[in-house]
Design a protein around this ligand. Sequence first.
Ligand code: NAP
Length: 471
Amino acid sequence: MDLILASQSITRRRILDAARIDARFMSPKIDEENITKSLIADQALPRDIADTLAEHKALKISRKNLDSLVIGCDQILVFEGEIFGKPASPEALKDMLSRLSGQTHRLVTANVIYKDGKPMWRHVAICHMSMRTITSTEIDAYIDAHWPDVKHSAGGYHFERTPDLFSSVRGNWFDIMGLSIDPILRFLNQHQAGNPFQIPRLAAVLGHPIAQSKSPLMHGHWLKKNQISGDYIAIDIPPMRFNTTVRMLFDVGFSGFNVTIPHKEQALAFADDMTSRARRIGAANTLIKRDSGKISADNTDGYGFMTNLASQNSAWNPSAGPSLVLGAGGAARAILVALLEAGVPKIYLCNRTRARAEDLAADISDCIEVIDWEDKQGVLPDVFTVVNATSLGMIGKPPLEIDLTNLNPDALVTDLIYAPLETQLLKDARTRGCEVVSGIGMLLHQGVPGFEAWFGHRPAVDEELEALVLT
Ligand code: NAP
């Protein structure tokens, strides 16, 4: 089956890629503005306008590619009977957003399939988009931050980048993105003999900020490598908008999320139920929508940490003796729970801000003894595991100053930091003959349970993935 998408939209291409469909992409040149104007003059309905534009695009490509199936599509935004196009200037965008603020508009997405210059199939989807009330100051800040990105978009927004602009949505993610992949796949499956195409499943990492996250790279690699129909993206959500936005994203079709700073505690509170490790840690990094519709929270940081240690050093014995954990932030919390569950008999916890360590110890276990930041070297002869769970030693951060002269030579030393891959702490410990484990494996392993739950396949953590994430 030779398939052509008559569109230059990167988002639509991405949807076909996510569905594992081989297609060619062509950009039909049609006079959209004049066609739309004349249809409006004829009082055509919005759905007929979108459908006609989709037809024009598909027909133009189909005439020159007679044997191919050609998908044409178009999306228009309608508010109070008016079609909103691309904003001509930042001032025009301000006017548009001020009108859409606190109101519900419609996105009309038309899809047609042509063959031999004739229509074979058509589908129109309508999504109801309710924008929350946005203040004038917020609109100004939004325009400052997003104008170059959104100036080519009808209505002046990209739902996938700023879903927090919305309070609720009635519709499906792919329809909102401009390609109705579910009905398109149903049509294609009736017209092809091979394995049926599957509707892509969706997951994302949520944080604030989120641009630095390696998760899309990792999950994208697993999806591609295993030829799974699915997509995984990064979405920035401001903390105040977390619950509403996550609820909305589940409603439009997401199977689940990774959750990172600063949303981990909110994510736990958001869920209907949680694993015992998430409850004990008091934070979630994974949300999963179950078949029942209920949302489950998990925390896989400790799992990632332990699996990394086990895979890098099979001789490591947690019950050999006490551990030293440096740091008392979110990551340390997960590490403490994981070490205790693995059988570590005692943990010395040491943090610059002692009170934070004391709160953490009181929350988790009386097997944790808090020591002063200045005293960290004193316990080194007694410990069998040393974990750096502070940000010290990371590229761009101050070094971790610790003298390892008296470190137990049988101790395993691990750092959660993976940039640099081998921190000064690990270099120094290696010089002293200790086993060392870098933090990169923790990052890779913590993603496995979520991927398996969302996409139905347990992915492999291997050198190829590590190299990709480290580039
Ligand atoms: P966090 O909640 O912000 O905690 C940061 C920790 O670093 C706190 O204990 C903080 O001490 C300490 N710290 C920061 N600056 C310091 C300084 N100048 N001197 C002494 N201590 C300092 O962060 P987190 O989420 O726990 O993450 C901690 C580290 O683990 C980060 O480097 C992160 O990238 C890494 N991490 C790696 C993975 C992985 O998969 N490999 C996963 C999670 C986290 P105070 O309490 O005194 O501020």
